[in-house]
Design a protein around this ligand. Sequence first.
Ligand code: PMP
Ligand code: GLN
Length: 384
Amino acid sequence: MNLHLPAEQTTIFEEMSLLARQHDAINLGQGFPDRDGPAEIRQAAADAIMAGPNQYPPMRGLPLLREAVATHYAQHQGLGITAENVLITSGATEALAASILSLIEPGDKVVMIEPMYDAYLPLVRQAGGVPHFITLRPPEWRLDAETLDRVIDPTTKAIVFNNPLNPAGRAFTREELSLLADVCIRNDVIVISDEVWEHIVFDGRTHVPLHGLPGMAERTIKIGSAGKIFSLTGWKVGFAIAPPPLLAAMTRMHQYLTFSTPPALQIGTAHGLTMSPSYFTGMREGFARSRDTLAKSLTAEGLTVLPSEGTYFLCIDLSASGIDMDDRSFCLKMVQEAGVAMIPLSPFYASQKEDRIVRLCFAKADELLIEAALRLGQGIMRLS
Ligand code: PMP
Ligand code: GLN
């Protein structure tokens, strides 16, 4: 049988979560918070389930949620959009699939920035796109004009961009985003801008949506996820913001991918998006405190951590920590012998591997983060 399937049999997230369960380890691998998001959002969804209807909602999403998404981005990011620019999808993953599968044709050049989220490459390959990579290196993970100019040219159809960047925890600066915008406009390139981590940025940063830069609204598909904003990752409610021609193409694909998304979860999400700004600042501050707890605890164990500017991930630099192992072997050893699951960064690279960095999720209770750091400290002592 000639099956047309992704190269990886199992994603790194699933693999590490399985190992965490097998070894009864603290799971700082797959990214999900250990506490569910606001009760009032869950209550709104529960009420909607009981009140009904629970039948297919409109294919493009409930008008209530599409309006709420447009209003939310106007208020929080100053975007001039309406509900006509919004498509509701089953998670950001479906928005990625709908955009990539609708816009990329066989042979199209697609630029991707590694480390890249695991879903991008299999989807681009599925569409027949030809990937070209820009490789970012730790600890800065910086985009520079020279590389952007070398890789992006008039034959480029699209770039898949992620800001803040999972797994690196990097929030790109306005200056870097302007460089990217400039090269995309000059070469007439579409940007699929995965901004699912937009609300989780730290140390006084504000998220800069690429869509808001001059000349970018007409060429940007902005993707968001309620799972990340409200600590409800299992809900899989996503949204795409795009100019009408791009949104129409995505919508045609969406109608054959999932067609629609559970109505009660859309109602809960609409409630969440209209919550007061204090929810969003409180959520950010809580994650920043957890980041600091984990960073401090790991540093006390002699591990070198990289800055985390956004997302709920923090990376350890194995070389700088004096650990002479590749990332995957280290993660396997630590989940089996120290009882801590983490994610190696090498699966997020496709062209020039980076195999000395591991990612930890800090969206967990302090006691768990402190215990995980202690276990890792003991684990690395046993390595030597
Ligand atoms: N893109 C990125 C960069 C992510 O980190 C994730 C989930 N962690 C997704 C997309 C998928 O989001 P969803 O669960 O809403 O499909
Ligand atoms: N996005 C989550 C992460 O980065 C994982 C999602 C998944 O398991 N597919 O950890």
